[in-house]
Design a binder for this molecule. Sequence first.
Ligand code: R5P
Length: 293
Amino acid sequence: MVSVILGPGSTELGRRVAERLGVESIPVELRTFPDGESSLRLGGQVEGEDVVLVQTCYPNQNGRLIELFLILDAAKDLGARSVTTFIPYFPYMRQDRRFRPGEAVSSKTMIKLMEAAGADRLLTFDLHNHEILKWFRIPALEVSAMPAIGEHFKRMGLRNPYVLAPDDGAIHLAEAVAKVLGADFTSLEKHRDTTTGVVETSSKRLEVKGRDILIVDDIISTGSTIVNAAGIAEREGARDIYAACTHALLLGDALAKLRIAGVKEVIGTDCIPGSVGLISVASLAAEALRRWL
Ligand code: R5P
């Protein structure tokens, strides 16, 4: 038997995944003690079952991680045969190396802790750096949300669309979306000052006059990367400018900054729940999970 544990970070997405898989879901009761510690209880039987745990780790990465570890360990302790762990937003994924001497390589630490807590397999979406997959000892799979993003914009009927990656690292994302849309794509050159965090993007001639532009990225955090790309697209004569990403963190006034920069709509996926996370990755996740179940 298979069932889906609805981690508190991803109850909606968890339900959608369970629906797509055609299996029961198990709720998690979560309480916070007066001193701030979390207490949780699985609201269903897991003994002898192969369970899927769905728990994103944003917002409140540290709190969501503790819940993740508690659920994993409880499921194993209660006799689950295996726990396939679906983490839509992988926490600390940008701390993937020692940028300065003495720093923690946090992504590696996360992987060790997830494995130690009982994860048997791991599924995630659009990692910042695919290279971190090599640190897993358990089977780990990264899926891209770009096909779902492409389908969403295909339904919207963009006019002669052009897909733009705001930096070279996102070119594979732009390519995947462009494939669905049957559109042209390219990338810009970006530089981020590691001390100040200031983002600079080099100008580039783009064949976008009168065309709708879709800028795609894995993460929109402060919005600076997309603001720069939107500025270039606008100067090159683009018509409507859209921005889409897998993980819309949208820190502080990022959304307002993007609107001021001329972005008509910003959309993310339900890897991160919230008003912008409107494109669901449930079908893509269910398809990937079926290989293991
Ligand atoms: C970095 O290379 C990532 O792919 C994103 O471009 C970046 O995290 C976006 O950050 P921000 O929105 O703060 O510019």
